[in-house]
Design a protein around this ligand. Sequence first.
Ligand SMILES: *[C@@H]1O[C@H](CO)[C@@H](O)[C@H](O)[C@H]1NC(C)=O
Length: 246
Amino acid sequence: MDAFVQFTNQSQGRDRIFRASQYACALSVYLLRKNSDRKELVAKLKGLEGTMSAGRKLFRLGNTINSIEAAKRTMQLSDRVLCLCLTAANINRGLYFICDNVLWARSVGLVRDIDKERWSLNASRCYFLSLVANLTRDVYVIVQLMVQRVRDKHFRQKMDQHLRENPEVADVIIPQLDAFLFLLLESLKSHPAVALDTLKNVCDLFIPLDRLGIYQSNAGVVGFCGLMSSLIGIVTLAQPKLRIKP
Ligand SMILES: *[C@@H]1O[C@H](CO)[C@@H](O)[C@H](O)[C@H]1NC(C)=O
């Protein structure tokens, strides 16, 4: 089982590169849509986007087991909030991959009597819930970091100095808001892994929000956000220091 989990972890790098290409195609298609002499290129890009998406589905067959293993690990976390958020995220991620695998089986003709639209919506729902759980974790971690900073005397001095040196900002905007933003930005700056994970999850959120009709953006926004989050994913895979833990 360990070897299997390890293998699927390695294939994550490949998946992220495929995912980045998929969304880069989607974004290009959106940007070129009004360009009449690029019709042929647009058609090619659309084909490529479909191929990438289908290729990724094949490689993702093992991810359900991977998510269950991850959920077993996060269930042992001693921090109650982290344990709850991450286990919920991993379980929903596992359910998402089950839907995804069913859709794959249908696309290659292994199963037939399946409502594609319904399974696709269910996949988006699970993905959405997994992201919400992950974002809750991010907010929880950020609040903890901010509380730590406020308790730190040196940091409070630095913040007071910032507020004194920028009185115009503090006057125009509510002073508390200014202090809050300063605190937030300083906390994120000192923990880039948390900042990157939050940004990635926010970018990812636009995809199921659009799909589920909760917040309709357009193909351009979805393509751009998907590309951004895939690139962050590649960076964090290449630089483990920038990966949020646990
Ligand atoms: C939620 O976070 C976990 C752990 O960081 C990650 O493995 C998973 O892919 C994330 N879920 C989504 C939908 O991005």
